[in-house]
Design a protein around this ligand. Structure first.
Ligand code: MSP
Length: 509
């Protein structure tokens, strides 16, 4: 039986159009999904859109549309971008779908019937843009501590979730499972938050209509986070225990941005505890992107539009840059200069050149046909071992979602490949017919190492990998077996490669 792997992205609000922040989480999930598939897992990769709540209701009013019209329009923008970014999701959930609404009502009822949701009255400081209530002590000059906008005191009848009841259990769970919340710095933040004490959580609103009504009391709309988080199980067919829910839950990893960690690492696990369901195995919070040193915002007009980047630089260059430039989990800065620099040095120079020179050489020396290699000398052996070792290193890095380190490990082998050619100097070997067997071995190591590189790169840069593998005579898709040394068969025809990444003129060059 194959192992299963379930990975999710947040579901994106439809009151905004997609930018690189959104593309980042989804891309990371895609690379993970592709990698796990390559390693033989049966993968379920979920993404989608968060379509309910006051913000969407307001944005729709402002645009003169119904909330659903707005959602229908914006959801297409997300789906088109995912297609363009080669995102291989298994399912796309919209919170306005019947399957989701049904599941949320069921989930709410289950917790209500258990007595962990009760009707009460709420009074606190409310920040409308953030849809968050704050206690007076949390406010800064009576302004929202998150967005610094004015708050207002609101009193309303509300259903409450007994989150306080689960404080000790959650704490014990986080302490006993160091892998549960990552990275570690974020885990510590959550630990101190939980230790300070959990208050019961308001889980319904009467102040707007756009959402899922509370079962049995439709004056109340289910609070947007209770609705949104549940997408991770409704997409699997919850409450139906069979099928995908039985197969894929609990999730292997929820990938999210650091701003929404509390919802995923505190609210969601306690909801699940109340419903008697297993907890996520891992919640990983990545950092935020700034742009040329500044916070990305509509008012600064510096929002980086992924479609534009892909049109300008190509999809795989963007995929590579976003995951290579910044360690996953830390904040990072986007700049065109940095992107162009990566394209020129890592992609055009290191990766592209290696493929060009080596496919040209085998065509020159052996009419493009892979020869039976002779015995390895020390340099050949070291280079082969280095390539095989890289595959193990990537496995360890991917386990920790260290995408940048994984790419770094791959590029070390690419550099080693260029160095190997310089050291073995095939052009010298070619001059002496007696050294033909030696030349054949050098050609073999040089090409075989790259075949392994492109196989493993298929998770990160699917198009580039397919091209590379095509030139190297590898039939079909990258496979797990293809990661092992020796896959390149004698007699394979190697095609002379076209440049994979043309150099881009750097500013000031
Ligand atoms: N709808 C909620 C999530 C519900 S999940 C059950 C939401 N949506 S969002 O559209 O506002 O944000 C989605 C994701 O985009 C978050 O993970 C957030 O961290 C990420 N990013 C938004 N701006 C970002 C950057 N500038 N940089 C990196 N990621 C950023 O929150």
């Amino acid at each position: 039986m194959s192992r299963t792997y379930y990975v999710t992205t947040p579901i994106y609000y439809v009151n905004d159009v997609p930018h690189i922040g959104h593309a980042y989480t989804t891309l990371a999930a895609d690379v993970l999904a592709r990698y796990k598939r390559l390693k033989g897992h049966e993968v379920f990769f979920l993404t989608g859109t968060d379509e309910h709540g006051q913000k969407v209701e307001k944005a729709a009013n402002a645009a003169g549309e119904t909330p659903l019209e707005l959602a229908d329009r914006v959801v297409k923008r997300f789906q088109a971008l995912w297609e363009k970014l080669d995102i291989s999701y298994s399912d796309f959930i919209r919170t306005t779908q019947e399957r989701h609404k049904k599941g949320v009502s069921q989930f709410f009822s289950q917790v209500l019937d258990k007595g962990d949701i009760y009707l009460g009255e709420y009074e606190d400081w409310y920040c409308t843009p953030c849809e968050t209530f704050w206690t007076e002590t949390q406010l800064i000059d009576y302004k929202c501590p998150d967005c610094n906008r004015p708050t207002e005191k609101l009193k309303e009848e509300s259903y409450f979730f007994r989150m306080s009841k689960y404080q000790e259990r959650l704490l014990a769970h986080i302490e006993a499972n160091p892998e549960f919340i990552q990275p570690k710095s974020k885990r510590n933040e959550i630990l101190s938050f939980v230790r300070e004490g959990l208050r019961d959580l308001s889980v319904s609103r009467t102040s707007f209509r756009w959402g899922i009504p509370v079962p049995g009391n439709d004056r109340h709309i289910i609070y947007v986070w209770f609705d949104a988080l549940t997408n991770y199980i409704t997409a699997l067919g919850y409450p139906d225990e069979g099928g995908n829910f039985g197969k894929f839950w609990p999730v292997d990893v929820h990938l999210i941005g650091k701003d929404i960690l509390r919802f995923h690492a505190v609210y969601w696990p306690t909801f699940l505890m109340a419903a008697g369901l297993p907890l996520p195995q891992k919640v990983f919070a990545h950092g935020w992107w700034t742009v040329e040193g500044q916070k990305m915002s509509k008012s600064l007009q510096n929002v980086v539009e992924p479609n534009m980047l892909i049109d300008k630089y190509g999809v795989d260059a963007v995929r590579y840059f976003l995951l290579r430039e910044v360690p996953f989990g830390l904040d990072g800065d986007f700049s065109h200069t940095a992107l162009v620099h990566r394209i020129n040095s890592d992609l055009a120079n290191d990766l592209g050149n290696l493929l060009n020179r080596s496919t040209a050489m085998i065509n020159k020396y052996f009419d493009g046909i892979v020869q039976e290699p002779a015995a390895e000398n020390d340099i050949d052996r070291a280079f082969r071992e280095r390539t095989c070792d890289m595959v193990r290193q990537v496995e360890a890095h991917m386990d920790e979602l260290a995408f940048s380190k994984a790419l770094q490990a791959i590029w070390e082998v690419v550099s080693a490949g260029n160095k190997y050619i310089d050291e073995t100097a095939p052009w010298t070997l070619a001059k002496d017919p007696a050294l033909k067997p030696r030349l054949a071995t050098v050609m073999y190591q040089m090409l075989e190492s790259q075949r392994v590189v492109y196989c493993i790169l298929s998770s990160f840069m699917p198009r580039t990998a397919a091209k590379g593998l095509g030139y190297l005579g590898w039939e079909g898709e990258a496979t797990e077996a293809g990661l092992a040394w020796g896959g390149l068969a004698t007699g394979t025809r190697i095609t002379k490669a076209e440049p994979l990444f043309p150099r881009i003129e750097e500013q000031g060059e």
